[in-house]
Design a protein around this ligand. Structure first.
Ligand code: ZN
Length: 279
């Protein structure tokens, strides 16, 4: 019997991770390389391709259902184009087509927070949960909204920019033009207590807006600082109206592999979709 694999690629501001993942979320082969951020978009794309090639190795292409590519950028999912990208200058570059033609595999691209949500749904803590939110806390603050059994991308694939919602009208300015944004305040918080306070406010906004059953906190900080997650979760639950009923807030259960598993989850989901269409 042949085993189907998906290739998950997670492109971050500091590292690129790629992994060959089976249908049960087991990583067969993986690799990490530094992101050559200062060298421009094409250098990053070259690094993605060589990292992916090494991970695929001698695995026949026919055993790989596709590639899920996560980028730290806003992605127009329907058009598979990068709309806005702060860390890596991907705008105007056809990242998906370049990677796809070099690897000879179908590639689907999405922003990293959406992929993290798909990874938790397929392989992690949200397997049985139809309404949950994935909050990623790292260099930036992002979210993936999984609502009524599916990932909610919005009209143009740009939904979930929770990092750019206002918490303090008089707060510091943001690159996007707004002020006092969740992401900026979180980055500028001076003490652990202040950080928890900002995170709690952001969580309470999510809870009151979407009434999720579960919020999973991932990203570099969410994965590493369980104390922060716990303190903010407690405060947010007390502060929000919708939070008092059956809400769980937990750190990611996929750890460092969340990005790669998320990419693989997207590739498997797209392959399922294609199969349904063919039938
Ligand atoms: Zn902003």
């Amino acid at each position: 019997m042949t085993v189907d694999f998906a290739l998950g690629i997670d492109v971050g501001g500091t590292k690129i991770a790629a992994g060959l993942v089976d249908g049960r979320g087991r990583i067969r082969n993986d690799k990490r390389v530094a992101t050559p951020v200062g060298l421009g978009a094409y250098a990053v794309i070259d690094a993605i391709i060589s990292c992916a090639r090494e991970v695929i190795g001698k695995t026949p292409r026919s055993d790989v259902v596709g590639v899920g590519l996560g980028v730290p950028s806003q992605v127009d999912f329907d058009r598979q184009e990068v709309e806005f990208s702060e860390l890596i200058p991907f705008v105007g570059t056809d990242v998906r087509t370049l990677v796809s033609s070099e690897l000879g595999l179908t590639v689907t691209m999405d922003n990293d927070a959406n992929l993290a949500a798909l990874g938790e749904r397929r392989f992690g803590a949200a397997r049985e949960v139809d309404d949950f939110i994935m909050l990623t806390l790292g260099t930036g603050v992002g979210s993936g909204l999984f609502l009524a059994g599916q990932l909610y991308r919005g009209a143009h694939g740009l939904a979930g920019e929770i990092g750019h919602t206002t918490i303090d009208l008089r707060g510091p300015g943001c690159l996007c033009g707004g002020s006092g944004h969740f992401e900026t305040l979180f980055q500028e918080a001076q003490t652990p207590a202040e950080r928890a306070l900002v995170l709690a406010a952001g969580l309470a906004n999510l809870i009151n807006t979407f009434n999720p059953r579960l919020i999973i906190i991932g990203g570099g900080i969410g994965n590493g600082d369980h104390r922060l997650v716990h303190d903010a979760a407690q405060r947010a639950t007390q502060q929000s109206m919708a939070g008092r009923k059956h809400l769980q807030i937990i750190p990611t259960t996929l750890g460092d592999d969340a990005g790669v598993l998320g990419g693989a989850a997207l590739a498997f989901a797209e392959a399922d979709e294609r199969e349904r269409f063919v039938r």
